[in-house]
Design a protein around this ligand. Structure first.
Ligand code: C2O
Ligand code: CU
Ligand code: CU
Length: 461
């Protein structure tokens, strides 16, 4: 088994330079599958790309076609933030202010949505606030939430799936004193992992070729690298994991059989750490994982795997013996439970393009939510799952899941902004908007469902 390497990738000399061409292939449809899945020959894995870390204060962000390295001398056309795939990792602390100016170098409109960040409506990247080709937009917001891993990606009307799939996404890490006080692994031992699937045309360029049911990629990428490897010390590591796929769910496990030490998810730290494996991660969900490589002989290779796809996503190569006396904290944070919801709203995720029987209308506001009011939101579906349900403007706490998988998983505790709704499931969450009044969105984060209309505008009042 193992992840498949596309054959016939172009070298830097002969690739097609513009991602416009790649975007154009969307209309052409059919993909050519490049060879049967096969593991890379021994010793040919590519060093994992780690995007540069930047501050979001007065940062210039461009979205434009670019040529990006995938590892092993292979290059692809892409749509990229600041020519990087994934984009730079923003790092800031609670209380800082982000001011990021987007320059749209694409041939179509785009916006930047700060997924998981509680921001004013004007900074939320709502499709109404489309930035035209050649245009600029200042996203300015104070960081008013606790430490967590969020991410940023486009959110234009009906074009989100294409733009994200062709490369526009990056991580946004927030720190706070509580998290810093835990002394978690840092520096080279804190590694963001943006995991996604991808397809390539016969020239080896990224291609967005969704099926009617959603995008299914034949290959996996971690931080934009094909068949990646990461050299690690015999030490404790912290992995900040994002499922950046349009539609694919990963079932993550380590080939060593060791469990993950789960310490956080979408909205930051859990109350306490828990050892768990495998972990199911749907599009846009995040994990904060500690992995212990202590006690493993130098030369050991451990794979981060997706058990569903049968993929080796990332190889950890135990390369250096060190002494690491850090411990895995049991108690992490205090999660104050939301309670006593004053109202219940029901959201039925219908077919592949509707919520409560309505297809998204960019100008229609479907409901209003009073600020500072705790509510119960009930998500249901009759089929066509997965529906990773995502809400802008606030995090929520998952209360229950009935039908289907019938339980709330350890990685769904604490604060979430995206929760997986499978067929025949009902998931209830408590939510309260404490940030801002204004226009926000609830939608399915299977991006093909979102683009087809499984999205709704609401107003916090
Ligand atoms: Cu990550 Cu409205 O999306
Ligand atoms: Cu979001
Ligand atoms: Cu959906």
């Amino acid at each position: 088994m193992g992840n498949d390497t596309p054959l016939g990738f172009p070298t830097r000399r002969d690739f097609v330079r513009t991602a416009i061409a790649s975007a154009g292939l969307l209309a052409a449809g059919g993909v050519r599958v490049l060879g049967a899945p096969r593991p890379p020959p021994p010793g040919t894995r590519n060093p994992l790309n780690i995007p540069p870390i930047v501050s979001p204060s007065n940062f210039d962000l461009s979205a434009a076609p670019a040529t990006v390295p995938l590892g092993g001398g292979k290059y692809s056309s892409a749509l990229a933030y600041n020519t990087l795939f994934p984009g730079p990792t923003f790092l800031a602390s609670t209380g800082n202010t982000a001011s990021v100016t987007l320059t749209n170098g694409l041939s179509e409109g785009t916006t930047v949505h700060w997924h998981g960040m509680v921001v004013p409506r004007a900074a939320d990247g709502h499709p109404q606030d489309l930035v035209a080709p050649g245009g600029n937009y200042l996203y300015q917001f104070p960081i008013i939430q606790r430490a967590c891993l969020n991410w940023y990606h486009p959110h234009p009307h009906m074009m989100t799936g294409e733009q994200v799939n062709l490369g526009l996404a990056g991580a946004f890490i927030v720190r706070d004193p509580e998290e810093t006080g835990l002394g978690l692994p840092s520096g080279a031992r804190e590694v963001p992992l943006i995991i996604r699937d991808a397809n390539f045309d016969k020239s080896g360029n990224l291609i967005y070729n969704p099926k009617t049911t959603g995008f299914v990629g034949q290959y996996s990428l971690v931080n934009g690298t094909l068949d990646p490897t990461l050299s690690v010390d015999t030490a404790l590591y912290r992995f900040r994991v994002l499922n950046g796929s349009n539609a694919r769910i990963f079932r993550l496990a380590l080939s060593s059989g060791a469990p993950f030490h789960l310490i956080g998810n979408d909205g930051g730290l859990l109350a306490s750490s828990v050892s768990v494996s495998p972990i199911e991660l749907s599009p846009a969900e995040r994990l904060d994982l500690l992995v212990d490589f202590r006690g493993l002989p130098v030369g050991t290779k451990v794979m981060l795997q997706c058990l569903d796809a049968g993929w080796n996503l990332l190889e950890f190569n135990v390369a250096q013996q060190v002494t690491d006396t850090s411990s895995i904290p049991t108690t992490l944070s205090t999660i104050t439970p939301l309670s006593n919801p004053v109202t219940t709203r029901v959201f039925s995720f219908d077919g592949m393009s509707k919520i409560n029987g309505l297809r998204y209308d960019i100008n229609r506001i479907d409901f209003q939510v009073p600020i500072h009011q705790t509510e119960r939101w009930r998500f249901t579906t009759n089929g066509n799952a997965p529906h990773p349900v995502h809400v802008h403007g606030a995090s929520f706490q998952v209360q229950s899941r009935s039908g289907g998988r019938g339980t709330v998983f350890p990685w769904e505790r604490g604060w979430k902004d995206t929760v997986l709704l499978q067929d025949f499931e009902t998931v209830e969450v408590f939510i309260r908007f404490d940030g801002y009044t204004g226009l926000y969105l609830i939608h399915c984060h299977k991006l093909e469902h979102e683009d087809m209309g499984m999205m709704s505008n609401f107003e916090v009042v």
